[in-house]
Design a protein around this ligand. Structure first.
Ligand SMILES: [Zn+2]
Length: 235
């Protein structure tokens, strides 16, 4: 067993370390309690869709990390950050569930039923925008960073995707991708502007660890929340 022996000459160094730590803790708390945007007058409704859930884990790592869990954790953080501004937030799921009735078979049938249910939920709550959250994965493991997709025929979807991606690239260490058009089922079939945010790559060793950590999830959530808020603030 080793005993810690204080070295008198190191006091200023220890104080410096302590004060830096205090500042870091303070800045985290301060950031965490600050709304991303001041209160908005007009009522806006946002539906956040934590991708996958229940039977469908999404991407999985060898270590047993499930995409569906990260999607939900980030969506809950986005909700917390946006609510103080008066924006009404709905989640398509707030737990580990899917919307496929028992007995339904076939991978693509199940997926479509699940997605259709989420699209219907967005319609029912009269959402102004639909934001689906995902984590990417590739076989090579070479890719990293966040990407935001919109339906290629939707101008307002494009604007929302660009505003989110603009905030994403401000995250330290993030690569600088631009919003991209796509023909994904969910952005194609929602009746309001819709985007898919792939927050990062679970297949990237470097990113996989960060994606599971609360401080990094908060940075991602803040960027998404700011992007959404800006969509309503900026004409
Ligand atoms: Zn996914």
């Amino acid at each position: 067993m080793r005993k810690y022996v204080g070295i008198p000459g190191n006091k200023p160094a220890i104080l410096l370390v302590l004060s830096v730590m205090c500042m870091l803790v303070f800045s985290v708390i301060w950031q965490g309690s600050t709304a991303v945007v001041s209160h908005l007058d007009k009522g806006h409704i946002v539906i956040l869709d934590p991708g996958h859930g229940g039977y469908d884990p999404g991407a999985i790592t060898k270590q047993g990390v499930y995409e569906k869990s990260i999607n939900l954790q980030i969506a809950q953080k986005v909700k917390e950050m946006l609510e103080p501004s008066g924006i009404e937030i709905f989640l398509t799921r707030d737990e580990d569930i899917d919307y496929v009735p028992d007995g339904v078979r076939g991978k693509s049938t199940k997926k479509q039923i699940d997605l259709n249910h989420r699209i219907e939920m967005a319609k029912e709550v009269n959402a102004d925008v639909f934001v689906s959250l995902h984590v990417n994965a590739t076989a090579s493991g070479q890719e990293s960073g966040s990407e935001t997709f919109y339906h290629y025929q939707s101008e307002s979807g494009k604007r929302l995707a660009e505003l989110i991606q603009q905030e994403m690239i401000k995250i330290p260490g993030m690569n600088r991708r631009i919003a991209k058009p796509g023909d994904f089922y969910i952005v194609k079939n929602t009746s309001m502007p819709a985007v898919i945010v792939e927050v990062g790559y679970l297949s990237s060793l470097k990113e996989q660890k960060k994606l599971q950590q609360s401080w990094y999830q908060e940075q991602l959530a803040r960027a998404i929340a700011k992007g959404i808020a800006n969509f309503f603030v900026i004409p």
